[in-house]
Structures are given as C-alpha cells and as structure tokens.
Design a protein around this ligand. Sequence first.
Ligand code: C2E
Ligand code: CA
Ligand code: CA
Length: 565
Amino acid sequence: MQSYIEKGGLKRHILIVDDELINREILGNLLSEDYEVHYAENGIQALQVLRESECIFSLILLDLLMPVMDGFQLIEKLKADEKLRTIPVIVMTSEADAEVKSIKLGAADFITKPYDMPEVILARCERTIELQEDKTIILAAEKDHLTGLYTKDFFAEYIRQIEKYTPGKKMDIMVVNIDHFHLINELYGRREGDKALKCIADTLSRIYADIEGIRCRTEADYFYVYSESRSDYDNILKTLLDELAKCLTSAHIRLRMGVYSDADKALTVENWLDRAKTACDRIRGDHSRHIAYYNKDFYERSKYQEKLIHDIDDAIANRDLIVFYQPKYGIQGDVPVLRSAEALIRWKHPELGMISPGDFIPLFESNGLIQKLDRYVWKEAARQIGEWKKNYSLSVPVSVNVSRMDIYYPRLRDNFHELLDENGLETSELMLEITESAYADNAEQLVNVIEALRNDGFVIEMDDFGSGYSSLNMLTTIPIDALKMDMKFIRNMQKDEKSMKLVELVMDIAKFLQVPVIAEGVETEEQLHILKNMGCDIIQGYYFSKPVPAEDFKTFIEKELSRQN
Ligand code: C2E
Ligand code: CA
Ligand code: CA
C-alpha cells in the first residue's frame, strides 16, 4: 500500500542483486533515472538491505547464480517473510530452464541476459510494479489492515455471492461491539486497543474456522459474522471474553452482541446487517444484558419507540403529558402525616392510550429528550404546588425527578429559581429526586451542581438507593438530604432473613449519614409496621395511594387539613 503513496512524483526503490559488478552497473545506469537504485552482491546481503533499510522496495531484480546465497534460496526466504513476500521479483537469467523454476517459486517475471534491449527491461520493471500495486490496492480495500478481516463492502458483496450458490440455507448475522472502545484507547493507549481488536478478530476466525461463513470489521470496533444458523452465541461471547482477558494486560473489556438469526431472504444484505446492529445497540448501557436477538417483536418495538420520539413535541403542546402525584406520609407519629408528594409523569396518547413512564422514560433518557420532558414536569409541578398553597394555605412540597442528563443542563439552577419565583414558592417546597445511578459518574460537576442546589435550600433525595451504584466511600463525599430506598428491598423484605438484614443495613447507613429514609413501594400494613419499627421516617406506596391526578390528590390535602384541626 505504501508504494502507492510514493506515486505522486517520488521515485520508487529497486534492489539489484547480482554478484558481478558489471551487471549491477549496466542495470543501475539503465534504471537510475526513474528509480532509486540499491545494490546487493548476494542473497544474504540482499536480505540485510531489505530488512534494515527504511525505504519500501517496489521491485527486486535478481541474479540466480551467486555465491553465499543464490537467487533461488533468496526467493524462498522472501516468500516466507511476512513483510517481504509482496515485493515482486524479476529474475535475470541466461538459462531458459531456470525461468520455469523461478516462476514456480513465485518470481513475477524474468529478463534474459545479456541486457541488449533497455526499453524492454524498463517496460517490464514498470509493468511488474504496477501489477503489484494494483493488487495491493484491491487487497487494501478488501481486507482490513489491522485484523486481516474483510471490510464491510467486500463482506456484503461476498455474502451476496454465497447466497447465490446456497439460496435456501438458514443463515445468521452476528455482530460484536466493544463497550466504550474509545475509553480503552484513551485510558490504556492505542496499542492496547489494537490488541483487543486483533484478539477478537483472531478468536472469531478460530471459532468459525470449520464453519461456512465470513467475517468483517467496520467502524473501528464492530465485528460482523455471516454464518450458518447456530444457537450457541452465549458460548461464543464467553470464549471471546476469556480470550480478551488473556490477551490484555490492563484493560477490562465488556462486549455486546447482536444477532439476527435466520435472515429473511426477501430483504437486502444491508438490511440484515442493520438488524443485527440495531439489536446490538439496543443493549448499549444495559449492564444486565450482553446479547440481544433481533426478532419481529423487537422490530415492532423500535417502530413504537420511533413513534413516541416523533410525537413528544405534540404531546407537550397538546398537554397529553399529565403529571400524577403520589403522597408520601410520615409514619413515626400515632397517625400518618401527609408530608409531601412525588410528581410522576403519564402520557395520555391520542392513539395509543395511556402509556406508562417505563415505556418512554428510559427511551428519552437514552436520546436526551428527557431534558425537555423533565422541564415540562417541573414547570407543571411548580404551578401545582403554588395552586394548592394558595387554595388551602397548606404547603405540600412536591419532589420531581431529575435525570442524570439534567444535571449537565447549564441553566438548571436558574430554571428552578425561575419556577419558584413564578409560583411564589420556597426552595424547600420543590424537592429533587436524583437517581443513585446518576451518582455513579461521580463527576466533579455533579457534586458541584448538587452542592450549589443544596446551598440554595433545595432538598436532594437520592432515589433508588441500594440499586447498586454507590459505594459507602462515595456516600460520604456527596451531599444528600434523604435516602429513598429502592423498591426491591421492600418487595423482598419478608422473603428471607438476609433481605430483611439488607433493609436494616440501609437504615443504618442513613443513620450514619444522618439523613431520613423514605421507603417506596410499600403496599401492605405489615410492611409499614416492620419499617416503622426499624425507624423508617417516610413511606410512599400503594398502601396509601397509587399516583393520582392533581384533581384527586385534593382528597389527601383535605384529609390532612381536617387531621390538623
Ligand atoms: P421512581 O422515581 O422510582 O418512581 C416510583 C415508581 O414506583 C412509580 O412508577 C410509582 O408509580 C411506583 N410505585 C409507587 N408505589 C408503588 C407500590 O406500592 N407498588 C408498586 N408496584 N409500584 C409503586 P411510575 O410512575 O411508573 O414511574 C416509573 C419510573 O419512571 C420512576 O421511578 C421514574 O424513574 C420514572 N419517572 C416517572 N416520572 C418521571 C419524570 O417526570 N421524570 C423522570 N426523569 N423520570 C420519571
Ligand atoms: Ca422518583
Ligand atoms: Ca425510586
């Protein structure tokens, strides 16, 4: 490939190997106008020049009969050398029968001694170099330089050809991708990155050695395999991970795999590759899944999600997004006391009906639309708190959910302050729930933003606490005002001793941090009693109420007012 770089005017390098000075001089004179000429007197010397010189040789002109190492031996050595085997060799000989032998060994051409027709010699050299360079260019486009796998275009083309010959066979497309590959390059260096890529390519080649199929690499770290249908993708993934662990010295790698099995012959090869990739990308960031299969359900799901993304602006404009409120009660007194509420979004879609946040929140979190949606909810909730405050002269603080991405919104603080001003609220009345997973970044910015909000007087609740992202060490460095215990603790609490101990542990952590605990997902009286005895302060759950529209929430406010009087 590199010889092509030189094409723009630079002279190519030629090595003349001949033991006779006179021959070297004749040829050298003939070629030196067009080429950079180097010389060697025998095979050994030639190898030395080729290996030690900085330049890239485009051609070797080789005499066959030489002392020390003759021409035949040199050709054999060249062909066995990874780096040198592609340099074309023209054999110079006076014996007709040597020609056959040298061509068989892999020589590109031959020139007969004595050198009586200079034009012919020049033309043959030029043509041999050109042929070799064209071949290199084709190979360069066909094979990926680093791993030796096919490039995507050739891969697709070969699939089409194979399909022509075996049209009915069940075939799969599988794709493997490295999670956060750029980080591996950045943290451990490109060499480690390259090592990982080569390791994956080699392992795939080994796994698929005896199976009909081909492989390619594209977009740096996507590896595609086209093969007969199979069902052992778990094993393949495991083998890849095991091999990577052996290959790499420092980096730890996570892989994602997407499989489109029994590819639909009515679709194009590009469609097949897209489907495998879509499956693979769907589990990006989902640490619980490593393999995703493309199937019809999934296709329907993608279409559904596309629709939601498309409709979000209309939903905001038409107020199809409705904020529900779920009460939180203080339970340590004789009777429960209404303390606050959580704002939870619902989507009343004109065609699809009521959509639960589980269907669109993760989607919008993955593409950034969550910021738009959250700001809508905050605005709506703030307006509602103001309205209740005015109508009942009772303050019911409402907590809103703040996504990880919201933290990085530069106007976050200004936005909250504007909402307070517009609705005549205190900072303590708009509380902020930030999910534990957002803290996992532990970015300085996150800590700074939260610190600033707390200094302003906002109450910060760590949502989904215990879902597994924070360490104790982290908890002591980040500022929070309350822990919202993850719902699964409550769900499992009565199942066994160990789960109960976990709830106690969360309570202990909160005590250590000197913050109250909010238990979410409390559904039964029994759960409430257990939690109360453990010292849990606040409870939110179906036991008191499901999230309800603002209109219905009035009942809770009125009940609270009559309790107070
Ligand atoms: P979350 O913040 O942990 O909210 C609590 C979820 O638990 C709510 O589900 C609530 O309806 C449900 N829940 C409450 N009590 C019980 C109970 O006793 N039993 C059971 N089984 N479930 C209970 P929902 O409203 O479906 O929300 C799901 C998640 O969606 C929320 O989890 C939150 O992460 C997200 N979400 C909802 N609204 C918003 C929003 O406005 N912005 C953002 N960023 N996320 C939101
Ligand atoms: Ca929440
Ligand atoms: Ca929660």
